[in-house]
Design a protein around this ligand. Sequence first.
Ligand code: ARG
Length: 460
Amino acid sequence: MAQLWGGRFTKQTDEAVKAFNDSIGFDRRLYRQDIQGSMVHARMLGKQEIISKEDCAAITEGLQGILDDLESGTLEITADYEDIHSFVEANLIDRAGDAGKRLHTGRSRNDQVALDMRLYTRDAADSLREQILRLLEVLLDLMEKNTETFMPGFTHLQKAQPVTLAHYLGAYFEMLRRDYQRIGDCRTRMNECPLGAGALAGTTYPLDRPWVAAELGFACATRNSMDSVSDRDYLLELLSALSILMMHLSRFSEELIIWNSNEYRFVEMDDAFSTGSSIMPQKKNPDICELVRGKTGRVYGDLMSLLTTMKGLPLAYNKDMQEDKEPAFDAIDTASACVPLFAEMLRTIRFNKDVMEKSAMRGFTNATDAADYLVGKGVPFRDAHGMIGRLVLHCIDRGVGIEELSLEELREFSGFFEEDVYEAISLRACVNRRQTAGAPGDTAMREAISQERAWLKAQG
Ligand code: ARG
């Protein structure tokens, strides 16, 4: 018996309809969650004396056998079944006979599939959070090593003010930390147990829903049975969190692609994390970054797809909701492939520190500091801004940096310049005078790193 229903039908399902309707092709990956949920459901039915102790034992033994056989490969999930729930139940009935037929008492596939998906995505959220933590570790290690690696900071992709590589990477640390927390936040709402909601209106059997919820490690049982079978917010939240995570990785990728370009040469990707061209022998391409950037669109698509599926659905369950699985799985698979690969790519990247530093020296990244210097000598900032602007124009004409002008030349723009200006606008001074909390200065940066280290440790 491959089908769970049929009593009120007088015809076989059309072959094309069956193929169109079936979800076993993609929900087969829920087999562990499905069996786990069924085991607890059966034990609860036994505990509540809704089924006999013997039936309960036969069901749990049968389910364990199915799980073992699937894990060992002796049992295969075939396309003969409508979905994973039908597969497990049909196999159970083969093994446990009438006891198996009692498993579905007080349950519907609507609350069953809602449970399976919550269990699956809860695990996925945990494993993604683990992966993000590993990536944060790589980032923090790099930050520790690069508090003295000077580089230009950009706005509008134009050199703005000098920063350090540690500070730059620290920005991505913050983004990814928020991703880690965001996934944790949606896990909280995900962590409620819908089993016992039945098809939509609960059930007449005396189910113990709080007990089932606790046995499955949920914080509580869901509250409204109609909402329980209709809610896919937890998937949308996870997909939103994954879209934001991918957006961060995509921005990071974009930077690394630019930095890896012949023009910038700030970084060189490890050979093991680059690919070549079939025609141009000199090429070493940053494909991992490009693919991460590309796959971001795909995860956004998954989110849009599910949002659109849900937007017009009346309560309670509708078959449209079967369309939640492929985008959810795809987004989870994509993000979990990207994060560890990105971490490893980053760990093995070579930073051309001298190129970064030289780049920071050129392009007037010390212009703000030159203005601040004059402010220190009593010039109002707006006037100082104008003076340094004219000075920069003069330097551009002559093809030199501010620090390359003699004191006499500098004095033509402001009589307030003195010998100490050269120290004040040096790269190191420009960075290290920025000691506000969150700034790239050495003391502020070391403080940030030690807080981040402590935070990482506390996550375990
Ligand atoms: N395969 C279905 C899904 O993923 C399971 C629930 C089926 N429920 C139903 N009433 N047909 O949504």
